[in-house]
Design a protein. Structure first.
Length: 308
């Protein structure tokens, strides 16, 4: 049996995907072709699109759209419905890393856009995610990231804090208490998986078709410590700290978020309970075995801290 490139569960026969997983991601029960798209040509395309796509970050990204008959994914500098992230030139296994980390986020109820892994013409893996700011009719939803909302220059995206993000939600979200709890879960998860790149531009507010201003689905979640072993600090401080956080740190932050003690204890328990299923996901992931083992060690260490 094969492993599904979307959900990481076993498939029947030699199928690389479940039909239902492909339908959620692409709206069709088959994998659209990626003819002509290979790693050697994507770096140049990504550089050309860097000034055209409204997507931040240093990782190479290419905008894609489905063909009219939904049979093929095509390069689309403007109006693309998908973002493709190939293997970066400088680092290895990043697509597999982001893929499994985003799946782990779903274990604790963190909302994400549809995403999955695909393999290019030259058999290299790439991470593909559906844009949450585009509707099926092509119209664009209004999105502002926390760097913009805090009126911080781009160079200061790493100088924020969890408390600043809470204040932003209190000011702009239609239902602040609901969105702050979502934020809390994202920041706790970020620390749990050792993601040192969850900065102000990786959190956004989205105004939906219903006019409600809410936290955008989570994106750009990965374990940066697998990529840069010395990357031990968070981008956004919690209680003035970017490292060596404890269970008490997260309980105190929950109090700042106006989350009750009973609710905060439950949120920590949910994160701890997710450890077993998360380790199973890592073990089924497309990460090399050495990185699987390292990721498991990171998650177990974080869980031990939360359990103290």
């Amino acid at each position: 049996m094969a492993t599904c490139g979307v959900c990481l569960k076993r498939t029947s026969g030699s199928d690389s995907y479940h039909q239902v997983c492909l339908e959620r991601l692409f709206g069709v029960g088959w994998l659209p072709r990626l003819d002509g798209i290979e790693l050697s040509t994507l770096y140049g395309l990504a550089s050309e699109m860097a000034g055209k796509m409204s997507i931040s970050g240093v990782q190479e990204k290419v905008s894609l759209a489905l063909s009219s008959d939904r049979s093929e994914l095509q390069i689309s500098p403007r109006g693309g419905r998908y973002i493709l992230k190939p293997e970066p030139a400088r680092y290895s296994s990043v697509p597999q890393n982001e893929h499994v980390t985003m799946l782990m986020a779903s274990l604790v109820g963190i909302e994400t856009p549809p995403f999955g892994l695909v393999w290019l013409k030259d058999h290299t893996p790439a991470y593909v995610i559906k844009r949450f700011d585009r509707l099926d009719d092509g119209s664009k939803l209004h999105v502002e990231d926390f760097c913009q909302l805090s009126e911080s220059p781009l160079k200061d995206k790493y100088r924020g804090s969890g408390e600043l993000c809470v204040r932003i939600l209190r000011k702009y979200a239609s239902e602040p208490l609901i969105e702050i709890r979502k934020l809390y879960k994202i920041l706790l998860f970020t620390w749990w998986v050792a993601n040192g790149d969850q900065h102000l531009k990786n959190l956004s507010l989205l105004i939906g078709p219903d006019g409600i201003c809410r936290l955008a689905p989570a994106y750009d979640l990965l374990c940066t410590r697998l990529v840069i072993p010395k990357d031990t600090d968070l981008s956004l401080s919690i209680g003035g700290k970017k490292a060596k956080l404890t269970r008490r740190s997260w309980l105190d932050f929950a109090e700042y978020c106006e989350i009750s003690k009973k609710a905060s204890e439950r949120l920590l328990a949910e994160q701890i309970t997710a450890t077993g299923p998360a380790l199973e996901l890592i073990g089924r992931s497309f990460l090399p075995e050495k990185l699987q083992q390292r990721f498991m060690e990171i998650v177990n260490a974080s869980t031990a801290v939360l359990s103290e």
